[in-house]
Design a binder for this molecule. Structure first.
Ligand SMILES: NC(=O)c1ccc[n+]([C@@H]2O[C@H](COP(=O)([O-])OP(=O)(O)OC[C@H]3O[C@@H](n4cnc5c(N)ncnc54)[C@H](O)[C@@H]3O)[C@@H](O)[C@H]2O)c1
Length: 326
């Protein structure tokens, strides 16, 4: 056990809870800061007896200042992240929520001056018309990803505010831009849920045919939350602060092959049909991983997509789909 206190905002969420488990195993004192709007205590069940929980809303400035009191290292993951498709008509609302969290957090960090901070941005900061394999591009040349415009702008502002904070206070800050992250602690949000949980549910519910949006040829990269958390701690331990780092993979899978992979793991054989009237987004979205590999050349993934899908099938068994259906 070290004397340092590590705060994880959003520590009850998908990625945050894996991060908390790993930091507890490594012997750190952990404070989870979360309002449980999306994260759950169940996600923290492995570590619950070893952590302190400071429950509250980071949109509240007073709470944010108090919550970060005495924390030496801060992993900032909390955000009002909504599922796919929710952005349409809600970009302003999403941006406003996330902006309030960012403003409060940056002010509290300025006051408390922790020794190191990791800020979680997103690959949504990238515009839709850039290269298929995206390096750590500068921003503001175009809008962020169209379907996540409000969220993408809020993440761009968060990055800029973090850069200014680092410049003016000298606090070392690591910024990460995760691509698609999935895992069995995903909180179901009905029709706005992410691709993997959505497909797992539809296939296990016996949907036949399974209707795939677009041609199914659109290619995406996926990382399990366990590995995403390991990448975050690796970058923080390496004290990398020279600029934002992608958390993604170069390898992609076509959505139609992802569906087949899930069907095979589930032992289901539905027919697949492709709805070409529905948008499919970029044809390829993958991450240039050169920068990450240059910082942590020894890093290896521990959860393959195949194993991750098996874990998601178990997730289906233990999830209540009614509670949060929207
Ligand atoms: N999952 C992905 O594919 C992905 C991709 C890119 C970036 N990210 C970013 O990574 C971070 C973690 O994502 P996740 O998938 O674990 O999301 P998540 O929704 O599972 O976790 C976010 C956590 O923050 C908490 N939270 C939200 N608003 C809060 C507030 N106002 N006050 C206190 N707590 C609050 C939620 O209760 C939840 O536990 C987020 O910043 C997200 O934007 C995620």
């Amino acid at each position: 056990m070290t004397d340092q206190i590590i705060a994880v905002t959003g520590g009850a969420g998908l990625i945050g809870s894996f991060l908390v488990d790993q930091l507890v195993i490594a012997g750190h004192r952990i404070v989870v800061i979360d309002d449980f709007s999306k994260g759950t205590r169940k996600n923290l069940s492995k570590s619950i007896d070893s952590i302190e929980i400071r429950e509250g809303d980071l949109e509240d400035a007073t709470f944010t200042h108090e919550a970060l009191e005495g924390c030496n290292i801060v992993y900032h993951l909390a955000s009002r992240a909504y599922g796919v498709g929710y952005g349409q008509g809600h970009h302003m609302e999403i941006m406003a929520h996330n902006e309030r969290i960012s403003t409060n957090l940056i002010e509290a960090l300025e006051k408390h001056r922790p020794e190191h901070v990791l800020i979680t941005s997103s690959s949504c900061v990238y515009d839709d018309d850039g290269p298929d394999m995206i390096p750590e591009l500068p921003l503001f040349l175009d809008d962020p990803e169209r379907v996540n415009k409000g969220y993408g702008w809020a993440k761009r502002f968060l990055e800029q505010k973090s850069n200014l904070l680092a410049e003016e206070t000298g606090i070392p800050i690591t910024i990460v831009r995760p691509f698609n992250i999935y895992g069995e602690r995903y909180r179901w949000v009905g029709q706005y849920s992410q691709a993997i949980p959505m497909l797992v549910k539809r296939i296990l519910d016996g949907e036949d045919p399974v209707v795939v949006w677009g041609s199914g040829n659109q290619r995406r990269s996926y990382i399990h939350a366990h590995d995403c958390a390991r990448m975050m701690t690796g970058l923080t331990q390496a004290k990398y602060t020279a600029g934002p780092v992608n958390i993604g993979t170069q390898e992609t899978i076509a959505v139609k092959d992802l569906v087949l992979l899930i069907c095979e793991a589930a032992g289901m054989k539905p027919e697949l049909t492709f709805d070409l009237t529905k948008p499919e987004g970029r044809s390829i979205k993958s991450s240039d991983t050169s920068l990450f590999a240059s910082i942590l050349p020894e890093f290896d993934f521990e959860v393959s997509l195949k194993d991750g899908v098996k874990r998601m099938l178990d997730w289906y068994e233990t999830t209540s789909f009614d509670a949060n259906d929207q």
